[in-house]
Design a protein around this ligand. Structure first.
Ligand code: PXG
Length: 456
């Protein structure tokens, strides 16, 4: 597909009026952004007809890939029938009701209620207020501190930024009171001699120390991504989550899982906490809920929490104009039905996920630039390293990984770099041929990077 306007023309108009996310806008204006115009399954085309294999599902969200006619039809039907109505004024509509029924049929049985939002950031904003409200209703209003993790990511609105652990975001006006952080469980970065299991326990026990430091009577909840996404696709050792859960239960601290990236099949389970085997009290969701076709997020509550809020809480003053938007709900229903009825999640677990993981280990297991491979299902990271055995990282790992990502674009593959990690999270519907293309193109990018840095 070509559009009627030249890329340069689009870029000039974009530079004149648009401030992009997480970028030096002046530098981007000089460079000119890519103008994407079309998508089909895992592929994207830019305004000049260049084709890219999207190894990131957009921003970890197009779980069903691009070009789904069923999602398009669901949105069009709903736009014709009832494009908008709200959840205020004692009103509801069939789409949000049916979405909830479907969601809770897919979730483990101890969850019962949802609060809908438009994004993951909003889900986490709502989370803070809901968790605090829960403790207020139970007569413990002093329990309001949320503990997150350094380098965690929970969104870019104010409270979501504060919950996250990106220091550079905190420094840009992104901190609020009553938020604390503990370290992330990043085993490869650990410089001591602990085994992964020992390290996982040690990292989890920081939570206990932090709760004791702050006072258990003041701590409302602990929030974390089951595996860290934006922070570098960091998988905790197996010992980590059971210990975190033990500590939360012991001190009566709510365990809040941010499933914005991990949810809706990414790991081969419907939700990433199921893969890691723990039971959070709340789940923040977004992205894969609609496969990114339309904005929608939400906060899932355990029955235990919902009972307190509904039965004893009276009015809870929350809500957004677009909470439970009918068009978004209609798309979410079509998306969840496709993920379920086409066996997409099952296939991630039994077939295409293991295939991706096996290909990566075969191709990069002994690569001179790669020190570690982590991942499961349709998410993985290659840790670049100077020395695999001693887990020595490159001093300039950021630059090397960024260069690799840039070469990836030249080779027609989109992957993401964070610190010294190359990250991929392709659409869950990928065929084996598409995985072969993905891994082949990433290999070209990693090889070219290794050559440039004298490692090959
Ligand atoms: N929680 C998690 C775990 C996320 O990854 C959010 C919340 C916020 O969601 P919204 O819908 O408000 O953006 C996210 C978002 C990246 C990248 O480069 C990741 C996200 C967003 C933008 C970029 O990895 N995740």
């Amino acid at each position: 597909m070509t559009t009627s306007r030249e890329t340069r023309d689009y870029q000039a108009a974009d530079a004149a009026h648009h401030i992009h996310a997480f970028v030096d806008q002046k530098a981007l204006n000089d460079e000119g952004p890519r103008v994407m115009v079309r998508g089909d399954r895992l592929h994207l085309w830019d305004n000049d007809g260049r084709r890219y294999l999207d190894g990131m599902s957009g921003l970890w969200c197009t779980n069903l890939g691009y070009g789904r006619k069923d999602l398009n039809a669901a949105a069009s039907r709903q736009l014709e029938q009832l494009p908008y109505y709200n959840m205020f004024f004692h009103t509801t509509h069939p789409q949000v009701i049916e979405l909830s029924e479907l969601l809770f049929s897919l979730l483990p049985g101890h969850y019962s209620h949802a609060i809908y939002t438009n994004s993951g950031s909003e889900a986490n904003e709502v989370l803070i207020r809901t968790v605090r409200r829960y403790w207020q209703v139970l007569g413990k209003p002093e329990k309001k501190i949320m503990i997150g993790r350094w380098n965690g990511y929970h969104g870019s609105t104010l409270a979501a930024t504060a919950l996250g652990g990106m220091k550079f975001m905190h420094e840009m006006g992104g901190m609020i009171p009553d938020i604390a952080h503990i370290d992330e469980p990043y085993f490869f970065a650990h410089e001591g001699n602990l085994t992964p299991a020992e390290f996982g326990l040690r990292a989890a026990q920081q939570l206990e120390a932090k709760i004791l430091e702050l006072g258990a009577d003041k701590v409302a909840g602990f929030i974390a991504e089951p595996f860290q996404g934006a922070g570098g696709m960091i998988f905790p050792p197996e010992s980590y989550w059971p210990e975190i859960q033990r500590i939360c239960r012991k001190y009566d601290v709510l365990l809040c899982a941010d499933e914005v990236i991990g949810g809706f099949g990414r790991t081969g389970e419907w939700f990433a906490h199921e893969y890691f085997g723990f039971e959070p009290d709340t789940l923040s969701i977004a992205k894969g809920l609609t496969s990114g076709y339309i904005p929608m997020g939400g906060l899932i509550l355990s029955k235990k929490m919902a009972d307190v809020l509904v039965e004893q809480g009276g009015v809870f003053a929350h809500g957004l104009t677009y909470s439970g938007h009918p068009v978004a709900a209609a798309v979410a229903i079509a998306n969840l039905k496709a993920l379920r009825d086409e066996g997409v999640v099952t296939r991630v677990k039994d077939d295409i996920g293991p295939y991706l993981q096996q290909c990566l280990r075969e191709v990069f297991g002994n690569h001179p630039l790669v020190g570690d491979i982590q991942g499961t299902g349709m998410v993985a990271a290659l840790q670049l390293a100077e020395d695999k055995a001693t887990r020595k990282r490159f001093a300039n790992e950021n630059d090397i990984a960024w260069r690799c990502r840039t070469i990836g674009f030249e080779e027609g593959v989109i992957i993401r770099s964070t610190l010294g990690r190359m990250i991929m999270a392709p659409a869950l519907i990928a065929s084996r041929e598409e995985i072969d293309e993905l891994v082949g193109k990433i290999l070209k990018a990693v090889d070219r990077t290794a050559q440039e840095y004298g490692r090959l």
